[in-house]
Design a protein around this ligand. Structure first.
Ligand code: NDP
Length: 248
């Protein structure tokens, strides 16, 4: 899995690193030399598998259970990760949930759950992490192209959470520029994970992507590694669509 030592000596926290995009980002940052902590909600088996894959490849990783939607749990998870690593240079807010329902069928509970993980968890988590984040560090938020468009019905609340993520990223980039902490948002298009739609909706989505396919998790991880690395020193406050052209 060796890529480079571009992140040698760096310490990275990836939320939601047990599965999907977060697991791929954790593996890639570790392959580039970073020591990694991941959080997960409940899937210890998957979290342990991510850690094992990193260790088998010669890297260092630790998994910590922390529910991003629960303020106390999120804060405790960040503190535990900071203690395990000795601080952070890279913070990747990847944990997220998607629930699709048209407004007539939508519920207060689903709205609260999605905003709890996708938005509040970032706010609570970043404030908890900042005292441990080095000057010159990086914050990477995983948003979605759904921030800017509604590719199918029932995506309003999820899209609203991801529009909020883009807003947080822009604002934090200004707030933290004086510490040379660079904050950017990756907005994936459809990516092959447990979250991706299946069946007819997946077929329709695939046809809407100019490149004709869903993305692979490694194609998001590579962009995260770039934004975390030494070639991205003058990029802050941007939202970067990584979507096979679906947003064109
Ligand atoms: P997956 O469903 O495959 O994985 C979600 C990850 O987030 C898991 O590690 C899960 O942990 C964790 N997680 C979920 N809820 C919580 C919580 N309350 N607290 C802590 N961790 C939690 O999702 P993806 O990899 O597809 O998505 C990752 C990010 O990418 C999300 O922010 C998503 O919105 C975004 N995205 C995904 C796209 C896609 O097509 N897949 C497209 C655009 C954006 P556990 O394993 O314990 O459940």
């Amino acid at each position: 899995m060796s890529h480079s030592n571009a992140l040698g000596g760096k310490k990275a926290l990836v939320t939601g690193g047990s599965r999907g995009i977060g697991s791929a980002i954790a593996k890639r940052l570790a392959a580039d030399g970073a020591e990694v902590a991941i959080t997960y909600a409940g899937n210890k088996t998957a979290a342990d598998a991510t850690v094992a894959a990193i260790e088998q490849a010669g890297g260092k990783a630790v998994a910590i259970q922390a529910d991003a939607s629960d303020d106390a749990s999120q804060r405790a998870g960040i503190e535990a990760a900071a203690a395990a690593l000795g601080g952070f240079d890279i913070l990747v807010h990847n944990a997220g949930v998607a629930e699709f329902a048209a407004i007539e069928e939508d519920t207060d509970e689903s709205f609260a759950r999605q905003f709890g993980v996708n938005v509040r968890g970032l706010h609570v988590g970043t404030r908890a992490a900042l005292p441990h984040l080095s000057d010159g560090g990086r914050i990477i938020l995983i948003g979605s192209v759904a921030a800017d468009r509604a590719p199918f019905g029932g995506i309003s609340t999820y899209g609203a959470t991801k529009a909020a993520v883009a807003g947080l990223g822009r604002g934090w980039a200004k707030d933290l520029a004086s510490r040379n902490i660079l904050v950017n948002v990756i907005q994936p298009g459809p990516i092959e994970t447990d979250m991706a739609p299946t069946g007819d909706l997946a077929d329709a989505l695939r046809q809407s992507v100019p490149l004709g396919r869903f993305g692979a998790v490694e194609e998001i991880a590579g962009v995260a590694a770039f934004l975390a690395g030494p070639d991205a020193t003058f990029i802050t406050g941007t939202t970067l669509n990584v979507d096979g052209g679906v947003s064109l």
